[in-house]
Design a protein around this ligand. Structure first.
Ligand SMILES: [Zn+2]
Length: 158
């Protein structure tokens, strides 16, 4: 059996209902994602606040697509390609009810044709890559209303 470990520790929970974990100021409740490393977390991002203590705060699992794009070219390192040749994937910037916009890759099996601005997506955790220690996972956005119909020729006409 292989082990499954988040590629970055502390940024999301795992299990059936994963959630992103932000850093929240205990004075003014300002949320920051991704959470800064512990040594950098002593000052609040809110310029009107002098709070210096933060706590982990789990974010909503469902948000709405704020913007999205197609990654047609392989990103430079530290991106780790999982396929050879490179398979294009979709990226979505998702606005959560807390007001944060969080960028993420779209879940396996979905592409830009499944996305629309304002459409709901939910957080899932999927394998990013595998190395000798097992699977490394990351969060992704899964469309809740996939399969938006795109008329043939729609893109060519623009
Ligand atoms: Zn604060």
């Amino acid at each position: 059996m292989t082990t499954s470990t988040p590629a970055v520790a502390g940024w999301f929970t795992t299990g059936d209902k994963p959630r992103l974990v932000a850093s929240q100021c205990t004075s003014c409740d300002t949320l920051v994602f991704p959470p800064p490393p512990p040594e950098a977390a002593s000052f609040c991002r809110n310029p009107a606040c002098d709070g210096e203590t933060h706590q982990p705060a789990q974010l909503s699992r469902v948000g709405r697509v704020w913007s999205y794009t197609d990654a047609q070219y392989q990103p430079p390192a530290p991106y780790i390609p999982t396929t050879d040749p490179f398979q294009p994937f979709a990226l979505a910037a998702v606005e959560l009810p807390e007001g944060l916009v969080v960028l993420g890759q779209v879940a396996d099996g979905y592409g830009v044709a499944d996305l629309a601005v304002g459409a709901e997506v939910e957080l899932v955790v999927e394998t990013l890559y595998e190395d000798e220690t097992g699977e490394r996972t990351t969060w992704r956005w899964r469309p809740l209303t996939p399969g938006r119909v795109v008329e043939l020729g729609e893109e060519a006409d623009q």
